[in-house]
Design a protein. Structure first.
Length: 340
């Protein structure tokens, strides 16, 4: 009888403990859920995590460009040679050599390069396209870039009508020269103030001069979440402070006395470039070995503690860029305008 009472008491105690444990667990779960809600709400109300990066890129534009291209110029050249810009493909069977040749021909004709006396390439980089410009005109050709590391590769070009200069696009009106044709390819995205840049470019153009811009734009009408998820990661990796829309560029041209000749979305024609960049990034990661480390470390260490990080970030950047173009958020846009 006594044993029976003890068993009944133990069962009651066990039942009480189980009930208490369930209550504690439920209480803990509710507490953690509420904490999670608060954290989630706080996160949703927190400014974009990339905001400080973009602010830095805008305020320290020259420094950001110098550091980034000092780190990645040679890496890019391994895959793209002298042309850090997309080739336009007529179809899937066209070779890279043919695509680049036809792309350059199209741009030269748009600028009426044979008939001009003075040509300016903005953000000329390593000088490959600038040399093509000089080869196809008897006029004077000037290439400017903000990156000294990029310009260090231009010494190999010796044409008598070709020269290079370290200069900032945002101060192009301080060159003290006027031009009949100006080319800007794939570098507008880095500029801290696109509207002001167009205004200053207009000041160094003769009446009737043409300006050809190949721009990295964002799709009109994107919401903040779409931009943060797809565009902002690669913008951070590439030190890009902002992306402009084609519509805003049209406004800037109108405001600065330009006549718009042509605006064309080139996404379909440059698709193979992003596929190539994506595949090259994957292959590089797959083949990356300890043999590559000394070269990467040496390049990175020359830039300080974050140099290697800049190099490493180029691999995910290539992936995000392809995603941006695949979903249509990035628009590679051709703008040809003429100064009135």
């Amino acid at each position: 009888m006594a044993n029976r009472r003890r068993e009944t008491r133990r069962e009651a105690e066990l039942s009480y403990l189980q009930t208490s444990n369930r209550r504690c667990i439920l209480k803990m779960a509710r507490t953690e859920f509420c904490k999670g809600k608060r954290k989630f709400s706080k996160h949703m109300l927190t400014p974009n995590t990339y905001t400080n990066d973009f602010k830095y890129f805008k305020e320290k534009y020259a420094e950001s460009m110098e550091r980034m291209f000092a780190a990645v110029s040679d890496l890019y050249a391994e895959h793209w040679n002298d042309y850090f810009h997309p080739a336009l493909f007529k179809d899937e069977n066209e070779s890279w050599e043919s695509a680049f040749r036809n792309t350059h021909k199209k741009y030269l004709e748009a600028l009426r390069i044979k008939d001009v006396r003075k040509v300016l390439e903005l953000a000329c980089g390593r000088g490959g396209v600038t040399d093509v410009l000089a080869e196809n005109t008897s006029g004077e050709v000037l290439g400017i870039d903000i990156s000294r590391s990029q310009l260090s590769h231009t010494n190999r070009f010796k044409r008598p009508n070709l020269r290079f200069k370290h200069h900032d696009i945002m101060k192009v009106d301080e060159l003290g020269e006027m031009f009949d044709a100006i080319l800007l390819m794939d570098a507008d995205c880095y500029l801290p103030d696109k509207r002001l840049a167009v205004e200053k470019i207009a000041k160094v153009m003769n009446p009737g001069a043409r300006f050809l811009l190949l721009g990295w734009c964002k799709q009109d009408g994107l919401n903040s979440m779409q931009e943060e998820l797809v565009l902002h990661p690669f913008m951070k990796y590439w030190a890009i402070p902002s992306l402009e829309t084609p519509e805003n560029y049209k406004k800037y041209f109108d405001q600065n006395d330009f006549r718009i000749i042509e605006i064309t979305d080139l996404n379909n024609q440059v698709k193979r470039n992003w596929e190539f960049g994506y595949e090259a990034a994957l292959k590089s990661i797959k083949k990356l070995s300890f043999k590559d480390l000394p070269r990467l470390i040496w390049t990175g260490m020359k830039l300080g503690s974050d140099g290697i990080g800049i190099i490493k970030e180029q691999f995910p950047a290539a992936i995000y860029i392809k995603v941006g173009y695949d979903v249509g958020f990035l628009r590679y846009t051709y703008f040809l305008v003429e100064k009135k």
